[in-house]
Write a protein that binds this ligand. Structure first.
Ligand code: FAD
Length: 375
């Protein structure tokens, strides 16, 4: 019986967690393996467009997420020095047109809500995949702790440095984009009296700062930047940074930017990586999704969105086309994702999205469930 198939999802990030929850709801027997010893609350914000919230509806968590997030009516793009408005893009101001809410939220909060949508006994923490071997009937997984497990299908949702991708395509370092991102969270009461908009991107010619509220009650605010950098040391995922380093990088920028920096609690700095589009997304019983497949600079705030859309499309294909011919099912999945994911990757890497007045309907209006499956 196809629906009894045992599906191993490697990586409990936002893409893998969405895949596990959606595949469970479609009747598959899912095991979600994560290398981290326990759930970790990453100190960062994230934006989910209506395209993602339509998927959260299927995961039965749309309301829970909406209840604790901020719902900005507009995205403002502003000039770095005098604050002149470059664009004013309707978000929730056009809720009916997009068909769901646009939210900004603490990444840890949304990740926790999504994790609760997966049955706890299906989640295995402390399981770092080091190898897998495919046989005619299944895939045997080997973990760093020496244990093994056997699944019918392996979903590689293990992010930028995916071990699953490496096994399929061979070792290849991701490409450093020449950009880094500062991230900081700040208490909103320390911005009292200032004219703070809930969702604004500040632009100059060579760097930017995206700033938004993390919750509906206005307790926390967040910024994430994009700044040029010559290099980044290998195998260092992020480093602590300081207000002084940011003041130096944003010297002369608008007073609101200085105000955010002045009250930021903890500041970290992250490298931004990408990869060239992959020549294959699946082979045999193994399939990739999210950053394992198409990492990008985060400048459209759609990287996790693409991972979650992948999860939804993969679940649709496995449910609607069945799993007797996995090669065909996974190829239909790829065909229905590659164009959109590649376009978002390109626009995100170019860092042009919403800088000028434009209609983002192609991103936010998209409903993966009403998209006819091209085969
Ligand atoms: P990941 O989130 O990287 O998850 C991979 C998981 O796999 C991790 O939990 C990891 O521990 C686990 N793993 C890795 N290897 C193994 C292994 N061998 N065995 C077991 N487990 C393993 N996207 C948005 O949509 N909106 C935003 O606002 C946004 N802002 C961003 C800001 C910054 C600064 C950055 C860097 C990215 C941002 N993104 C944003 C992009 C987004 O974070 C990623 O695209 C998204 O997290 C990818 O999800 P994923 O599930 O594919 O991979």
């Amino acid at each position: 019986m196809a629906q009894a198939l045992r599906v191993g999802v490697v990586g409990a990030g936002l893409g893998g967690t969405a895949a596990a929850g959606l595949l469970q709801r479609a009747g598959f027997d899912v095991v979600l393996y994560e290398q981290a010893p326990a759930f970790a609350r990453l100190g960062a914000g994230i934006q989910f467009g209506p395209n993602v919230m339509k998927i959260m509806r299927r995961l039965d968590v749309e309301k829970k997420i909406a209840d604790v997030s901020c719902h900005p009516d507009y995205w403002f793009s502003r000039k770095w020095d005098d604050g002149a408005y470059l664009s004013r893009i309707p978000l929730n101001a056009e809720y009916d047109r997009y068909g769901a809410t646009y939210i900004t939220i603490h990444r840890g909060d949304v990740h926790a809500i999504m994790t609760d949508a997966v049955t706890p006994e299906a989640i295995r923490f402390g399981k770092k995949l080091v190898n897998f071997e495919e046989t005619a009937k299944n895939v045997v997984l080997t973990f760093e702790d020496g244990t093994t497990d056997t699944v019918d299908v392996l979903v590689g949702a293990d992010g930028l440095n995916s071990r699953v991708r490496e096994k399929l395509l061979g070792p290849e370092e991701p490409l450093f984009t020449g950009w880094v991102a500062h991230r900081g969270i700040l208490p909103m009461d320390k911005l009292a009296g200032l004219d703070v908009e809930p969702c604004v991107k500040w632009w100059s010619d060579d760097r930017h700062m995206m700033a938004y509220q993390l919750d509906g009650t206005g307790k926390e605010f967040y910024f994430v930047t994009g700044e040029p950098a010559e290099s980044w040391p290998a195998n260092v995922p992020w480093v602590p940074s300081t207000r002084d380093a940011m003041r130096e990088s944003f010297k002369g920028y608008h007073p609101l930017i200085q105000a955010y920096i002045d009250v930021a609690d903890t500041i970290t700095k992250w490298p931004l990586y990408t990869r060239k589009p992959l020549p294959l997304w699946h082979r045999g019983r193994v399939v990739l999704l999210g950053d394992a497949c198409h990492p990008m600079k985060p400048h459209m705030a759609q990287g996790a969105a693409m991972a979650i859309e992948d999860a939804a499309m993969l679940t649709r294909c496995m449910s609607e086309l069945g799993t007797d011919n996995l090669e065909h099912t996974f190829e239909v999945y790829r065909q229905n994702r590659v164009e959109r994911a590649t376009r978002v990757q390109q626009v995100s890497n170019a860092n042009t999205f919403l800088r000028q007045q434009e209609d983002p309907y192609w991103v936010y209006g998209y409903d993966i469930y009403s998209h006819p499956l091209a085969q």
